[in-house]
Design a protein. Structure first.
Length: 459
């Protein structure tokens, strides 16, 4: 290990307790971007990020948008070295259902070696690893080995509505060699991963309207269409008995899964019984002919994310509801076009809609899937940094989630991306009791710090 890295590791070890306390302060801010009641909290989180950037030695500014602000920072004093663009987000998902949290979502609590709070892993904790690794270099070694630019936004959890405009109008300012995002996960406990593929997404909403208001189910039942009954039929018609999505053109552009890809995924140490145990279920389900990992990572899906309609209170209320709504997302694989999939989904739902119900369809956001070259020199550098921090070589995986900014970086800035996740899939991202293993927070920070060095010595 070179002398600068020894200094960096010493700085990280000596300041680990302070880093954790600062992360707790970040997590106390309820920066829920989807809820307008938290607008001021979201801005407070943005100011916190700016303060952390400046404390780490970055030149930073708060960039206003039509929605929540973007935090931009840079350090550009490594002449002749690569320039890295780090992306993350400071907004978080709503904490609901609140009654399922062991401790309050915005009161960070340590138990069983983990830090529990909304945003602990997604994505405040992972963003913080990069901010603290920068501090380690500027304070512990005096300078950075690479040039760095940070874009930390506050609208990722609601579709990043204003990010593309920022990227497009700041192309020259954001010019870089590679992007780094930590918004994914390790493959398993103590087994870090580099993600080389992401599924895309299309998010939409379907509403069925029946009578002009809720009606007495005894007086009107059997004579008019019940929107909730009809919606159940529509949802049931989105899959066949073998788990294949019944949307026109859904699979048309997808090539067969390559044999080498199947072998690569099959070689991963995936324990399906442990997977079932962690989820509290007794069987997997999905498209016939594919393994669980293939279904999660390299095959497309169509899922209902939520249904509302009719009476929701305690006890019975005998009505024909006036309306009902379902939120639906499709996860996409390479060669699927989000706009075509959304159009096909709307067509399928209209085909199934019975007379007497009026269907309204709305698309929210979408992005295509991406697969990167798993043998790139940037990935080679990341492997060395991760092994230095975690003590083991990372495995190469694909991921079932979607990160729309990856597509934006490629289309608007011509940038490839390193997807380096420090958390676990079992950290309850988006769910109650979200947490970040403190060991992973510390190892992720160390891997980040080593990454800047490894990128600086690329051939």
């Amino acid at each position: 290990m070179t002398a600068p890295l020894e200094k960096i590791d010493e700085y990280l070890t000596g300041n680990s307790n302070r880093f954790l306390e600062e992360l707790k302060a970040f997590l106390r801010i309820p920066s829920v971007s989807a809820d307008s009641r938290h607008k001021d909290d979201v801005r407070q989180a943005a100011r916190f990020v700016i303060d952390q950037m400046q404390a780490a030695g970055l030149t930073a500014e708060l960039v206003e948008t039509a929605g929540h602000p973007i935090c931009y920072g840079h350090w550009l004093h490594a002449a002749g070295a690569p320039t890295v663009l780090v992306y993350g987000h400071y907004d978080v998902q709503p904490p609901d259902p609140l009654d399922q949290w062991v401790t309050p979502a915005f009161e960070p609590t340590i138990r069983d070696g983990c830090l529990f709070a909304r945003g602990a892993t997604d994505d405040k904790g992972q963003v913080f690893t990069h901010l603290k690794s920068i501090e380690a270099w500027t304070k512990g070694a005096g300078s950075l080995p690479v040039n760095l630019k940070f874009v930390i936004e506050g609208e990722e959890e609601v579709g990043s509505n204003n990010l593309d405009r920022f990227l497009e109008t700041n192309k020259s300012r954001l010019d870089s060699d590679v992007a780094v995002i930590s918004d994914t996960s390790q493959f398993a406990p103590d087994l870090p991963a580099i993600t080389y593929g992401l599924r895309g997404i299309v998010a939409c909403e379907v509403t069925l309207r029946g009578p002009n208001q809720d009606k007495h189910s005894g007086v009107f039942g059997g004579a008019i269409a019940n929107p909730v009954n009809a919606l159940a039929k529509l949802i049931a018609g989105l899959h066949d008995a073998e788990g294949r999505v019944q949307v026109p053109g859904f699979y048309d552009e997808i090539p067969p899964l390559a044999s080498d890809e199947r072998k690569r995924l099959a070689a991963l140490p995936f324990d399906e019984s442990q997977f079932l145990k962690e989820l509290g279920i007794d069987a997997v389900w999905g498209e016939a002919g594919y393994t669980t990992l293939e279904r999660r990572w390299v095959r497309p899906t169509c899922d209902v994310n939520g249904i509302t309609g009719g009476y929701q209170g305690e006890g019975p209320k005998t009505i024909i509801p006036a309306r009902t709504t379902a939120k639906i997302t499709c996860r996409l694989v390479p060669h699927q076009d989000p706009e075509k999939i959304a159009a096909g989904l709307a067509a399928r739902l209209r085909e199934l809609c019975p007379p007497g119900a009026k269907l309204e369809f709305r698309t929210w956001h979408g992005c295509p899937a991406f697969v990167f070259d798993p043998t790139s020199r940037y990935i080679s550098a990341a492997k060395k940094a991760i092994k230095a921090a975690f003590g083991v070589e990372p495995v190469m995986i694909r991921e079932g989630g979607s990160i729309p900014v990856v597509a934006s970086f490629q289309s608007l800035l011509g940038l490839g991306t390193l997807l380096l996740g420090w958390g676990q899939n079992t950290d309850n991202l988006h769910g109650p009791n979200e947490h970040f293993h403190i060991a992973d927070f510390e190892r992720g920070t160390r891997a980040s710090a080593h990454l800047w060095y490894e990128l600086s010595v690329l051939n």
